[in-house]
Design a protein around this ligand. Sequence first.
Ligand code: NI
Length: 246
Amino acid sequence: MSNWKKRLEAGALALVALALAAVPYCPAAGGGDRQALGEAKIPAGPYVALTFDDGPRDATTPVLLDGLAQRGVRATFFVIGENVEGNELLLQRMEGEGHQIGLHTYHHKMLDQLNAAGFYAEVDSLRATLTALVGREEFMLRPPYGMMNAATQTRAAAPIVLWSVDPEDWSDRDTARQVSVILDNTQDGDIILLHDIYPASVDTALQVVDALMSKGFHFVTVEQLFAIRGKTPENGKVYRKLPPEE
Ligand code: NI
């Protein structure tokens, strides 16, 4: 059995149940329509995963974590190794509050430009850093800029998570525009890309959470989304979203 399969069966399903139990019941999510998932009863959805790249940053990430905690929302953070340095307690806070932590390389390198030694220096060093901090070894990988090739997939030793909704928050720091793009484009199973290093993006994220929760969306981590869909992530495979089965 793969590590991911074990992790989802042992941990993430329980996390899904706990996370959703903390979310107020919302009639917009389909009235009393609930489906059984293993032993856990979870709402039928819709579901969405917020993901944050390039952090952590001590000036912005704690504000985001506070806002997510107030709303009972879990998210996924693809962190950069050099930004973890000095922010180790922030990483442990993320893990402790039920967020998912993933790999975004040690120095934000384009993985398709690296030879094998370069790849392992960027990815395995961050994996080792995170393992030392949070005590586990399974981390999904998001390549910087989404740049990757066949060698990246072979070397990853991790599921590769891209995204399906991208407001390009780095381009203008305009919260109103970003919120509008996300609300116009988000459907059940989407993976939203933001960056927790900009104050405007933190505002965007929290406004999007409030708006989509009022429409009945539930916010989950990427691995919770896999668990909800009954799918086991595979190392080297690329995922952009996890819509419900047709
Ligand atoms: Ni990045």
